[in-house]
Design a protein around this ligand. Structure first.
Ligand SMILES: [Zn+2]
Length: 182
């Protein structure tokens, strides 16, 4: 029996009970128990909840709420849909406003990479429906940049402008153009 099987059985035997990282690690006998739990959730539809899903759980606590398995939704987003979302969001991160090719604010050797993010995570019943998808940069996708720097530096303001609809960007462009051409 593999680690995933042992962890699955442990959750099923303890359905409705809070389990801890230590217990699960002991049963699984591996350090990558977190990945096994993700697989049970995403590939098998088990409704395993964490502190991210439920305020009454502490970090490191897990609970299998019910034996009912959710229908599994593929994580794969077709290239067509991916392009559609990128176009719709103007190839711009919807949290920080970074665009593809901008320098990565967390690693100056790299350029920003854009991801398609599920607004409501698949693990919480979100779908691949286009309304549940948006563009995020790698940093925001990993939750590193979820706090916008408070200072109004030129870069921050540009990031804000890039998130505006095209018509408003054009308005700002025209104002600045008039100013500098005068
Ligand atoms: Zn971002």
């Amino acid at each position: 029996m593999g680690a995933r099987d042992r962890i699955r059985e442990f959750f099923i035997t303890n359905v409705g009970k809070i389990l801890t990282t230590q217990q699960i690690r002991k049963v699984g006998g591996i350090s990558e128990y977190a990945r096994r739990i993700r697989e049970l959730r995403d590939e098998e539809g088990f409704q395993i909840k964490t502190h991210v899903d439920r305020a009454d759980l502490k970090p490191g606590q897990y609970i299998l709420e019910t034996l009912e398995q959710r229908p599994v939704i593929s994580r794969t987003i077709s290239p067509q849909l991916r392009n559609e979302i990128l176009e719709r969001n103007g190839f711009t991160c919807q949290l920080c406003g970074a665009g593809a090719g901008d320098p990565d604010p967390f690693n100056s050797n790299r350029k920003v990479r854009l991801h398609i993010d599920h607004i409501k995570p698949l693990s919480q019943g979100g779908t691949n429906d286009r309304h549940n998808l948006r563009v995020l940069c790698s940093a925001c996708n990993q939750g590193k940049a979820n706090v916008q720097p408070p200072s109004d530096t030129a870069l921050n303001i540009i990031a804000k402008i890039r998130k505006l609809p095209k018509s408003e960007q054009l308005e700002i462009y025209n104002i600045l153009k008039r100013k500098f051409e005068a």
